[in-house]
Design a protein around this ligand. Structure first.
Ligand SMILES: *Cc1c(COP(=O)(O)O)cnc(C)c1O
Length: 216
């Protein structure tokens, strides 16, 4: 398998432990669930039982009748990725390189198209070499144009979204002392739009999507 890395380091291999999401909008989409990776045996040993109520046996053992009883070593969770979703994920993993390359190719087309607009910015436009191409974000010239663009896209049946809202504005973080000094973040969130990007997106669609931005 051909793999991509940044300075020879693969995503997920930088720290002691990493988490991947396989939620439906991710580069590997298994519907739900995720994966923890680590090269530390002690951490693996601690994380494994947390998946399943802190129990010493997992679903498969109990299902196969291999485990008559079990111990609970820590209070844990029900974070089991089931066999069916794991099978989906493994099939997706085989396609990951090809799909990420398609995403990068589509980002290249977006870069050209967005470059032909005046005043719109595509952040990290030059970074397609090592990008996984997860999201296609453009920054509108100003918040009003962003609102008009979202409206015009919707009129044309094109879905758009927002990555990411300002975390400090979420209710859960209302107590953050940084709320008042995030002027640049707020500028960004008022102007950013996430455009369609997925491996099977027809390249011809990109010009028509960017043409909608041109009309506003
Ligand atoms: C992917 C993603 C999620 C979902 O992650 P899970 O751990 O799979 O629930 C939530 N928030 C953001 C910002 C994400 O990018």
């Amino acid at each position: 398998m051909r793999t991509r890395s940044m300075n020879g380091v693969m995503a997920g291999s930088i720290g002691d432990i990493s988490a991947f999401s396989f939620f439906s909008n991710k580069n590997i989409a298994a519907g739900e669930g995720g994966m923890v990776v680590t090269n530390r045996a002690d951490l693996a040993e601690r994380v494994r039982p947390l998946r399943s109520h802190g129990m010493t046996t997992l679903t498969w053992d109990r299902h196969k009748g291999h485990a008559g009883s079990y111990d609970v070593v820590n209070p844990g969770y029900n974070y089991r990725l089931d066999e069916l979703h794991a099978a989906l994920g493994r099939a997706q993993l085989k396609k990951l390189d090809r799909n990420n390359q398609r995403r990068r190719d589509l980002l290249g087309l977006y870069r050209e198209a967005v470059g032909s607009l005046g005043g719109w910015i595509m952040p990290f436009a030059e970074a397609t070499e090592y990008s996984s191409g997860h999201l296609m974000v453009v920054v509108a010239p100003n918040p009003n144009i962003r609102e008009s663009a979202v409206h015009a896209l919707r009129q044309s049946g094109i879905q758009s979204s927002m990555h990411y809202p300002c975390v400090a504005d979420f209710t859960a973080f209302a107590g953050s002392s940084h709320r008042d000094d995030l002027e640049v973040t707020r500028q960004f969130t008022r102007r950013a739009i996430t455009l369609p990007l997925y491996p099977t997106l027809n390249p011809d669609r990109i010009n028509s999507i960017v043409d909608v931005l041109r009309t506003v």
